[in-house]
Ligand binder design. Structure first.
Ligand code: NAP
Length: 359
């Protein structure tokens, strides 16, 4: 029997994709490219059982289509739609997808920084229906992590969100598995790639509008780019980090937030001329049990570990952790693009399969 037919005998892992924008469209080819690895290492065959979006509709396939088949198509969504049944809304999509034997929902819809809805309710429904859930969407995690994790435990499924903060960099896993009991006291970080890109382009004389367009072309801006530039994205990421790294229990409203909308271009320029840079910095600390968290523009001098030389390629995300047991730890993701986010989603999928088989 050839390799292709052997792979076809592996147990399917049926996946629902809720949202089919930049991240989902980067995830699908990555999943296809790693399908052989997933078969060899984890003994699974990834199939897409549903794709749903707000404006293009919600589609469920009766048995699932191989990720490799879809990724080879010129228009994967068109192919999927042509072979699937359309259902009326996201809730029905989840229910019909579960009935079609899907076991994982990957939630990649737009950020709503005010309350994380409707993603929060949809994730709740998916977990209650017995689906594992992966999300790259900060909203539902920042507003509902504790509740969603409790719900997942009750239903014997997992809720994972590695890519919400630093894309594919294993920051949540680091605290959860690798640096357990290290006691993180504080962090400072550049977490919003769009504002880093916009500020660095403005240092070079580009207009704000041109810089926003560039972030949109790269697929890194939020659906509404002002959620990046007004500090919402960074505030939600800061909330998630405080709750996962500093053992906090905060909500986004507890993060002091100031964006870069009103920064005078002359200030950005002057800082650059003096060899420094202005960046949107997230910071939080825990002192005697009290957590404080802020997001706002700060001048970063060239001897600061958060400073990135103009010669360094890429748009990095950086976090500096102050820990009790390990001193200072700095993590840098040199490229913070949509491909890295897609990898974070894949890493969550692998973690789910591994933990499921470990039980
Ligand atoms: N892009 C990145 O680099 C990055 C990095 C980390 C995290 N994230 C997060 O990942 C998520 C997806 O980002 P993206 O860049 O892929 O966004 P995007 O390109 O704007 O795509 C969003 C997708 O969600 C769909 N959608 C929005 N509201 C929906 C609803 N109520 N029901 C069903 N579908 C809905 C949209 O459908 P229509 O097109 O039909 O409206 C679209 O397919 C966001 O939460 C973002 O914060 C993104």
């Amino acid at each position: 029997m050839g390799e292709v037919s052997l792979a076809a005998l592996l147990p399917p892992l049926r996946i629902l994709l809720l949202g089919y924008g930049n991240v989902a469209q980067a995830f699908l080819p990555l999943l296809a490219a790693r399908s052989e690895w997933l078969g060899r290492e984890l003994g699974i065959r990834p199939l897409i059982s549903g794709i749903g979006t707000q404006h293009q509709g919600f589609f469920v396939h009766a048995t699932g289509i191989a990720a490799t088949t879809l990724a080879e198509a010129a228009d994967p969504l068109l192919l999927f739609r042509s072979q699937s049944q359309q259902v009326q809304d996201a809730a029905t999509f989840i229910q019909k997808g579960r009935a079609a034997q899907a076991t994982v929902l990957i939630e990649l819809t737009s950020l709503n920084p005010q309350d994380g809805q409707p993603a929060l309710s949809l994730i709740r429904l998916a977990l209650q229906s017995g689906l594992h859930v992966i999300t790259a969407n900060k909203g539902p995690v920042a507003y509902g992590q504790a509740e969603l994790e409790a719900l997942a435990r009750r239903h014997g499924v997992q809720f994972r969100f590695e890519s919400t903060v630093m894309d594919g960099l294993p920051l949540i896993n680091l605290a959860q598995f690798t640096l357990q009991a290290v006691q993180i006291i504080s962090f400072r970080a550049l977490l919003n790639t769009t504002s880093t890109l916009v500020l660095s382009m403005m240092e070079q004389g580009y207009s704000l509008d041109d810089a926003i367009r560039k972030a949109q072309q790269l697929g890194i801006a939020e659906t509404d780019p002002w959620y990046d530039l007004d500090g919402w994205d960074a505030a939600l990421k800061t909330t998630i980090l405080v709750n996962n790294l500093l053992e906090g229990r905060i909500t986004p409203a507890m993060v002091q937030r100031e964006g870069i909308r009103n920064l005078p271009p002359a200030d950005i320029f002057a800082a650059a001329l003096a060899g420094a840079s202005i960046r949107l910095v997230s910071r939080a600390s825990r002192k005697q049990g009290v957590v404080s968290a802020q997001v706002g523009p700060e001048r970063i001098e060239s001897n600061d570990v958060l400073y990135v030389s103009k010669e360094v390629a890429g748009i990095p995300s950086i976090i500096v952790l102050e820990t009790e047991a390990m001193g200072t730890i700095t993590l840098i993701e040199h490229e913070s693009l949509v491909r890295q986010t897609a990898y974070g989603v894949l890493s969550d999928l692998i973690a789910i399969v591994r933990q499921r088989s470990a039980r």
